[in-house]
Every structure is written in C-alpha cells, then in structure tokens.
Design a protein around this ligand. Structure first.
Ligand code: SAM
Length: 265
C-alpha cells in the first residue's frame, strides 16, 4: 500500500486511543457481561499447542507460494511477487493472540455454521474449527498454493468439521449462501477494500441469526476500509458494534438500542 495512503490512517488510530474504554465504563449490562467473560477467557487461554507448532514449522519454511492474490494486496508483500511461506506466516496471518480472541468469541456463540473469508495458511481456520466443535466451518481462499497448504493443516490437525473452498469469494460466496439457511459466526479477512467489505457484509447479512457475530479484520487498514466499517455498523440489524483497534465486531439483532464501543483485549 502507498505510504501516503498509510499516513491517512493515522487519525483513525488516534481516534481509537482517545476513545478506548475499559469494562468499568460500560453502561450496558449485556456488553459488560459479554466483554468481562471474553477478556477472562482470553487471559486463561495459552493457545492451541498443536496449531502453534504448525505455525512455527511455517516460520522456518522458505519455499514459495505460487498463485494469484485476489485481494487488495498487503503492506508487506509486493502483490505481483511470489511470497515465502515463512513471510506469510510472520506477517500475513492472525497472530496467536488474535487466534485466541477468535477462539474465545466462537466459544461464546457456539455456532452451528461458521464462515471465514480469507483462509491463507489455515492457522486461524484451525482455531475456528477446534472452537466450533460440533458445528461446521467453511473457509474461502482464492490462492491455490495456500489452499493446498491449508488443507494439509486441516488434515494434520483432524479438523474434520472444516471445508476449504477454493475460488474467488465474489463468485463462490453467493453460490455457497444459496445452499445454507443460517450463519452464526463469520470472520471477514480477505480483500481489504471498501467495496469488497460492503459487498461481503451485504451478501451475508440476511443469513445471520439473532445474536450472531461477525468479525471484520483490518478496519483501520485504509480510510476506505474504515468508511465501509462505519457503514456496516450503522446497519439496522446491528445492535452492538465494538472496535478492538484493528478488528470490528458486530452483534446482530439483540432487540436492544444500538450501542458502539471502542475496547481492547
Ligand atoms: C489476511 S489473509 C487471511 C488470514 C487468515 N484469515 C488468518 O486470520 O490468519 C487474506 C487472504 O484472503 C485471500 N483473498 C483475498 N481476496 C480474495 C478473494 N477475492 N477471493 C478469495 N480469496 C481472497 C488472500 O489470498 C489471502 O490469503
């Protein structure tokens, strides 16, 4: 991403650091309970050893991943060049801390059906899979090389409840949504552009159950992403929206007045 465009995101970070609050400032009993439970669970979770061991194997793997990058690209990688697995594992996927956050959110929702847009190496997918347990996980990835690696991760970790869907999300997601009736949990972490985020949110929102949770990664990646985030959290179906710095969390249809918070974990 161009340096000038990155500079434009600085006020978005300043706004967050000026407005972030802790649980004692939460007036809503629902959000207080939700946040307190989540934070406590995160503190007590040290991560999934078997998944982290595969992450460390990837750190040491300097082979290249070939194939098309369908997203907005990265601040770290040149969109046109092949990347090494090691670089993707270090800079292009959710950290252990972020994976624990996702794992504990899923524990709160206990989803029957969980969607991830943007699988990459499948490390966060494995956390989603293990936390979802009896439910099903569908993860979408456009890069063939990454799909092969992520499927290998699913096999090694026996993530039998998880399917990696290969192809452009713009094409695959609408087809997939025709076949299912409800979604309880989704992570949007693929094409980091304003248009793509709005498109993915609008495609999925009618399938979301009451109390369902959608997490959007990299909301401060660009001013366009933040604009899209502001639009989606204003949607009438969203009861609670929370900014966790780079992650945006949306809770659907709780039947309470709309609330928006900036919190940390
Ligand atoms: C940031 S990575 C996903 C990281 C992963 N969710 C995690 O938490 O570790 C984004 C991925 O989305 C994929 N992607 C971007 N745009 C896509 C599209 N239109 N269709 C399919 N995959 C896409 C990229 O190939 C990349 O692997």
């Amino acid at each position: 991403m161009h340096f000038i465009l990155q500079l434009k995101t600085i006020p978005l970070f300043i706004r967050y650091f000026f407005n972030v609050v802790d649980q004692h400032s939460l007036q809503s009993p629902y959000v207080f309970e939700f946040y307190t439970k989540l934070i406590l669970a995160i503190k007590q979770n040290n991560g999934l050893e078997e998944v982290e061991s595969l992450r460390h194997d990837f750190f040491r793997d300097n082979s290249h991943v070939y194939g098309q990058d369908l997203g907005a690209g990265s601040r770290v990688f040149n969109k046109t060049k092949e990347k090494t697995i090691s670089k993707i594992a270090r800079k292009g996927i959710s950290s252990k801390k972020d994976c624990i956050f996702l794992y504990e959110l899923v524990q709160l929702v206990q989803p029957k059906l969980c969607i991830e847009l943007g699988t990459s190496l499948g490390i966060a997918t494995a956390y989603l899979s293990k936390s979802t347990g009896q439910g099903l996980v569908y993860s979408f990835e456009g890069n063939k090389g990454l799909v092969t690696l992520a499927r290998m991760v699913m096999d090694k970790l026996k993530c039998e409840n998880t399917q990696i869907i290969h192809g452009d999300i713009d094409v695959e997601l609408p087809e997939f949504l025709k076949k299912i009736s409800e979604v309880d949990f989704a992570l949007i972490d693929a094409n980091h552009t304003e248009n793509a985020l709005l498109k993915y949110f609008n495609m999925m929102k009618s399938k979301f159950i009451k109390g369902g949770i959608m997490v959007i990664d990299d909301i401060r990646w660009s001013t366009g992403m933040y604009k899209a985030w502001e639009k989606v959290h204003s949607d009438e179906r969203i009861s609670i929206s929370i900014e966790f710095l780079n992650k945006g969390l949306l809770i659907f249809d709780l039947g309470i007045s709309k609330q928006h918070y900036m919190l940390s974990y």
